[in-house]
Design a protein around this ligand. Sequence first.
Ligand code: PLP
Length: 235
Amino acid sequence: MIMSTIEEKLQAVRRSIAQAATEAQRPPESVTLLAVSKTFGADAVLAAAAAGQTAFGENYLQEAIDKIAAVRLALPQTVLAWHFIGPIQSNKTRPIAEHFDWVHTVEREKIAARLSEQRPDGMADLNICLQVNISGEASKSGVSPSDLPALARAVAQLPKLRLRGLMAIPEPQTDPVLQRAAFAQLRVLYEQLRADGLPLDTLSMGMSADLQAAVLEGATIVRVGSAIFGARDYS
Ligand SMILES: *Cc1c(COP(=O)(O)O)cnc(C)c1O
């Protein structure tokens, strides 16, 4: 059997994003592909980087820190962006603040305040998305839509953070109509916050199985793992 390479799979994902963007009458460049490299080694990141991929998402802190160091050693001249997309324990905020460019999974003000305090001087502001628990969300993580506006206003005030937008992980659905309905809920919340004056520019939604529906509903970042790197092995 001929396995496609990471480069070929990246190209296929890029085509699929471009196709959905075109259908939505959006420029394909308005969607950032975040390659979710959790459980895969630095070699997989290097292969993707060689194929032009620059943004990587990680869920597990220690694994990520080791991988970031290994990749930096191998590619000292290449600037990559690292996004933390896993659940955040409050005693683990410091290494997140020190090693990442983005955090997608902020759901409490206390966590945001710690990230703000712990972001090292001299580093750019840490880009933040608030994780929202839209109805029917599989994981119970995320702020409720009713608590979202107060959280967004509080996080927007914190120094060394830049509130960029919203993130969600809807319950997996195979029907594209249902996929789009969940993403549309997040888009409406995002538009309400923007109408209230918050300068948001990021909707982080869509994974390997539903990225086209997410792009059709306005995703600006899609988080794609298995479609690029293959099935994950957690054993
Ligand atoms: C693992 C993960 C992804 C990628 O999932 P795939 O189905 O492999 O594309 C995206 N977002 C989050 C938050 C994840 O944990």
